[in-house]
Every structure is written in structure tokens, then in C-alpha cells.
Design a protein around this ligand. Structure first.
Ligand code: DAH
Length: 348
């Protein structure tokens, strides 16, 4: 076989072996067998010198082209093997959707609370805080609640076997009067804030409260309220109505209607209950839904915290956050908020 005739078959044999090498060791071995010092293709190169002078240039050119092709094939196979080594050993379906990290979210009650706080901030209200373990004085006496009022009954209030007063958020230690209890409303914080600073005052107080209620679709022994207190000179019921209407329209939509119905609270005079109407309430088969209590701060409350009732006027309100959230998200059972069932929480 002539020199020229040998080139192609040798090249093809080498290419086939390179392509078939199952791993790096096999590829190295194939490289040695063809291109190494004792390799078959190298042997062909060595024959080049024995050719007649006039054949050398053409033969050299062809052999070199073949060698370049072999080296390219080696590199290509090496890359292939590297890729293969990087792949997972188990069969993998790259068309499957990726695994997502579950994203956390705010609890619906937290969202409603934050929205309410944001709206009141627009009106210049600050957030105030107070203890959940409270004394009878701040929860009832200072709010002008009579000794025989049913809310003070141990049927309704959780009393504690504590003989020590818990300092309030406003800093001033409370007068040690009466028993310790779990606060039944956030109205106690009105007292603590007024004890701690002179008027004017513009605060809201989101917080947890406790009552001895059995849990059902609309009750739970612990729930959350927002209290509001505004104290200044010449404050009127008109200010109260305007503020409450602004807030609820921002919160629940412009198509809501509010109604102020006379009521009794010991710490406000006059007092009102705020009823609420909206397409959603009507969907629940009702015209009005009771939403909040409010009124003009009672002069005796001002006197109890050392504000002169001849100079200062104010309004206050309190409502349950769960009820707002139930309205907003059309939830029919309050207990769903506390069960931490992610099937429920994931919807918000
Ligand atoms: N404390 C009342 C309750 O828990 C709500 C309330 C009514 C708060 C009238 C107030 C108020 O500040 O003025 O039902």
C-alpha cells in the first residue's frame, strides 16, 4: 500500500477509537496508540523521510492535515468526557420545574394591623404600647368603671395570683390598687399614656386582650384590638366621626357606610357604637354590623390622670382587629386565625 493510501484508513481508525473511548484513561491510551512515540500514526510520519523528494511536499501536507484533525477530535472527546463527569450519576429530567423555597408571608391579622397603623400615621397618630398583664386600676377604676360592673366579674376577666404591679410602657409604675389581671381591652393604655405625658395626645394602640369567652366562630379567649385616643382643646364628636369615617373608607373601601348609635361606656360621654354596612355585610345577610365602641372622653377619666377636664377634650375608640380582617377577607370563623394551618394562611 502506498504512503498516500495509508493516511485515510489510519486516520479513520484513530478517530473511531477516540470517539469510542468511554473514559479519560481509555482516551489517553488511544492517544498513545496512535499519536504516541510508538503510535501507528507516528510511524506514518516517520516514513515521510523515506519518500522520493518530489512526493514529500504533497505527502507532508496531507499527513499534517490528518494530524490536526486527530488532535481536534481528541480535544472534542475530552470535553465530552468532562461534561459527562459533571453530570449527576442518577438519571435526571431537566425539563422538570425547579423546587421553590416556600416564601414566608405576614399573618392576615398583622397585615390588617399594619394597614390601620399606616392610615392613622397619615393623620399624625403615633403607636403606643402597654402591658398585657395589667392591674385593676388601669383596666377599670381609672376608666371610671363601677365596682359592680359585669366586666370586672371573674366570670369575664382572667385574674392572676400576682401581688406585684407591672411597670407600664409609659414608665410610671401604676398605683398598686386591686388585683392583677389579663387586660380585657386596650383602653387601659389610654390611662398609662395620659399618666406619662401632658396633652395633646394622638395615639393608637394595637394589642392583644383577654376575656373568659368560650371559643366559637365569633369569640376567642384572646383576640386583638386597636384603641385610639385623641386629646386636645375643642375636640368634637365631628372630629371623631370624620376620623373614623376616613379610616374605615381607606381600609375597607369607599362604598362603606357607617352609623353612630348611642351606647354606654363608663369612660366616654356621650358614647356610641359604630355600625358598619357594605356590600360584603349585605352578602352575609345583614344590613348593619357592629364594629367599634367610641365616644368623648369622660371628664372623670381626665381627672383621674390629672388633666383638667375644663381645658381638655378628646375622643376615644376601640375595635377588634379580627372582625375587620374577617370582613375584609370574608372569613366566617375567628378560630382560623389562630390555628396556623398553612392551607388557610397561604391564601393571603
Ligand atoms: N373598650 C371597649 C371594648 O373593649 C371598646 C371601647 C369603647 C374603647 C369606647 C374606647 C371607647 O376607647 O371610647 O369593647
Amino acid at each position: 500500500m502506498s504512503f498516500f493510501e495509508q493516511i485515510e484508513p489510519l486516520k479513520l481508525a484513530a478517530l473511531a477509537e477516540f470517539a469510542a473511548a468511554p473514559d479519560f484513561a481509555a482516551l489517553e491510551q488511544a492517544k498513545g496508540a496512535h499519536l504516541g512515540p510508538q503510535g501507528r500514526f507516528t510511524a506514518l510520519l516517520k516514513q515521510l523521510g523515506t519518500l522520493p523528494k518530489e512526493e514529500k511536499p504533497a505527502a507532508g501536507k496531507l499527513v499534517n492535515l490528518a494530524k490536526v484533525e486527530l488532535e481536534a477530535a481528541l480535544t472534542a472527546r475530552r470535553t465530552e468526557l468532562e461534561l459527562k463527569a459533571a453530570l449527576p450519576k442518577d438519571p435526571t429530567d431537566f425539563t422538570l420545574p425547579g423546587r421553590r423555597r416556600p416564601l414566608g408571608k405576614l399573618h392576615p391579622l398583622t397585615r390588617v394591623t399594619e394597614d390601620i397603623v399606616r392610615i392613622f400615621r397619615k393623620l399624625g397618630f403615633a403607636v403606643a404600647d402597654g402591658p398585657e398583664i395589667e392591674d385593676e386600676y388601669h383596666c377599670f377604676d381609672a376608666l371610671n368603671t363601677p365596682a359592680d360592673h359585669p366586666a370586672r366579674d371573674s366570670q369575664d376577666t382572667f385574674y392572676l395570683n400576682l401581688d406585684r404591679a407591672v411597670p407600664g410602657a409609659a414608665g410610671a409604675p401604676p398605683p398598686q390598687t386591686g388585683r392583677m389581671l389579663l387586660r380585657t381591652h386596650t383602653s387601659s393604655v389610654q390611662i398609662r399614656v395620659m399618666q406619662g405625658q401632658p396633652p395633646p395626645i394622638r395615639i393608637i394602640v394595637p394589642g392583644r386582650v383577654y376575656r373568659r369567652d368560650n371559643a366559637d366562630a365569633t369569640h376567642n379567649p384572646t383576640f386583638q384590638q386597636i384603641e385610639g385616643l385623641y386629646v386636645d382643646k375643642h375636640v368634637t364628636v365631628g372630629d371623631l366621626k370624620g376620623t373614623v369615617e376616613f379610616v374605615f373608607k381607606e381600609l375597607l373601601g369607599a362604598d362603606v357606610k357607617l352609623r353612630f348609635r348611642p351606647h354606654y361606656f363608663s369612660y366616654t360621654e356621650p358614647s356610641f357604637e359604630i355600625d358598619f354596612s357594605s356590600p360584603m355585610v349585605r352578602k352575609m345577610g345583614k344590613e348593619w354590623l357592629e364594629l367599634a365602641g367610641c365616644g368623648m372622653v369622660h371628664p372623670k377619666v381626665f381627672a383621674n390622670v390629672g388633666y383638667d377636664p375644663e381645658i381638655w377634650t378628646g375622643w376615644a375608640f376601640g375595635f377588634g382587629i379580627e372582625r375587620i380582617a374577617m370582613l375584609r377577607y370574608e372569613i366566617n370563623d375567628i378560630r382560623l386565625f389562630y390555628e396556623n394551618d398553612t392551607r388557610f394562611l397561604r391564601q393571603f
